[in-house]
Design a protein around this ligand. Structure first.
Ligand SMILES: *Cc1c(COP(=O)(O)O)cnc(C)c1O
Length: 436
């Protein structure tokens, strides 16, 4: 597979962009490769500048759910463009999107649109701190909530991939207000709340997607909600991945939880930069211009992003594809597990709705520690072999793979066949290495 044009472009990029990229995991460094350069995407596929096709399981890190360059969405975007790209003033579509979001996620009485998931979590935390008059934030080891200063502590995939425990440049005076608990371990949360009264909020990915997919144990999220209510800690669900992904109403619908604040992003922009945070009226009324917590954005509620998001959500509402997505995922992951068994490869698949992660692990993966213990060496081999097969998984073992509505039977079968060849090869390698 020649990738000359991509190689040339990456060389140019490295002299202009740090590491050649605008977001770290795109660099393929952890898998010791060079990235391919995308010319275009269509349906479930990306096409690179050297004219290779890749069946795409990265799906813009979960932002794409219809598939790339969906015809109807593209038509809607074109029509939106005709009316101008940014107004810095109110427009009707932002009301429509806010209505769809608050109807889909009933715990949100009011919502504010921003331009990224990072902005959403950053603003939600400021709001919680302002409302509670406290500084402490509880987060979970391995959960990622964007590159917010306070949240770049034990923050999962990107940092984990490069072995960066926490980011430099975060003031110690700020980081000291962040308390790290263990996912699926309610005692670790209770212990923090017992140690200090200074907790404003707890932020959690209700289904972890940034240390690979890790599901909450039965009752864990309910216990979190009970504890937060008892201690008057603002509960923030970061549903930037799970919103409109694991169900139309997100993980909170699936698990029957009512967080105080919810952060959204990714899918709700239909492939454009967007984020949103919302929640209980009394909290959201603390936001400027109503209240004393400041938050603003030049491109917030951008009309193109809003109309692309609106179109996407309408499709998801009308077509209700979640049953089909879950069926497709079950079909795929059942076969993958069977292939792993046949070839004697220790592989553990966590899956929900339309996202999954396969860990090269002997044990179940249900927290940071068990995820981090999975084999990176085997993942690297898997990643490269799959790429050679024309299948694009994330260049890090700690990411989710995402199905879209464009991943049909043919795509799933192609994936299963590639898995069979790949695991056949892995079987040949020593058992000792497999346990690395
Ligand atoms: C991607 C992500 C974010 C950050 O969103 P950006 O748009 O990249 O800033 C926050 N939280 C979760 C759970 C995410 O997966």
């Amino acid at each position: 597979m020649t990738k000359e044009r991509s190689r040339e472009l990456f060389e140019q990029a490295t002299s202009l962009l740090p590491g050649g990229v605008n977001s770290p995991v795109r660099a393929f460094r952890s898998v010791h490769g060079a990235p391919f350069y995308v010319k275009k995407g269509k349906g479930a596929y990306l096409f690179d500048v050297d004219d290779h096709a890749y069946l795409d399981y990265v799906s813009s890190w979960g932002a794409i759910i219809l598939g790339h360059a969906d015809d109807d969405l593209t038509a809607e975007i074109k029509s939106a463009l005709e009316d101008g790209t940014s107004f810095g003033a109110c427009h009707p579509f932002e009301i429509d999107l806010a209505r769809m979001l608050t109807e889909a996620v009933p715990s949100m009485d009011l919502v504010r649109l921003v331009s990224s998931g990072t902005e959403a979590t950053m603003s939600a935390i400021r709001l919680a701190r302002g409302a509670r008059g406290k500084d402490g934030v509880i987060k979970f080891r391995g959960c990622y909530h964007g590159h917010v200063d306070s949240l770049l502590v034990k923050a999962g995939s990107g940092l984990e991939t490069y072995g960066i425990p926490d980011s430099a440049g975060v003031p110690a005076d700020l980081a000291k207000h962040t308390y790290v608990a263990e996912f699926n371990d309610i005692d670790s949360v209770a212990a923090i709340m017992k140690r200090t009264r200074d907790i404003a909020c707890l932020i959690i990915e209700p289904v972890m997607g940034n240390m690979g997919v890790i599901l909450p144990r039965k009752g864990f999220l309910q216990d979190i909600q009970d504890l937060c209510r008892k201690e008057e800690v603002v509960l923030i669900f970061d549903e930037v991945i799970t919103g409109f992904r694991v169900a139309y109403g997100g993980a909170q619908q699936l698990y029957g939880i009512e967080p105080d604040l919810t952060c959204l992003g990714k899918i709700i922009g239909g492939g454009f930069p967007i984020g949103a945070f919302g929640g209980r009226k009394d909290l959201m009324e603390r936001i400027a211009p109503l209240g004393d917590v400041y938050q603003a954005g030049t491109l917030s509620g951008n009309p193109i992003a809003v109309r692309a998001g609106l179109h996407t959500l309408k499709r998801l509402k009308n077509e209700s594809p979640y049953g089909v997505l879950a069926q497709n995922l079950a079909w795929l992951t059942d076969r993958i597990r069977e292939i792993a068994r046949q070839h004697g490869v220790s592989y553990h698949v966590n899956a929900l709705s339309s996202l999954f992660t396969g860990f090269f692990s002997d044990t179940e993966v249900n927290n940071y520690e068990t995820a981090a213990a999975s084999s990176r060496v085997l993942y690297e081999t898997f990643f490269r072999m799959m790429l050679d097969e024309g299948i694009f998984f994330a260049p890090s073992p700690f990411e989710a793979a995402f199905l879209t509505l464009s991943h049909g039977k043919g795509e799933l079968e192609k994936t299963v066949e590639a898995y069979d060849r790949c695991f056949g090869h892995l079987k040949e390698r020593s058992a000792a290495e497999i346990r690395m």
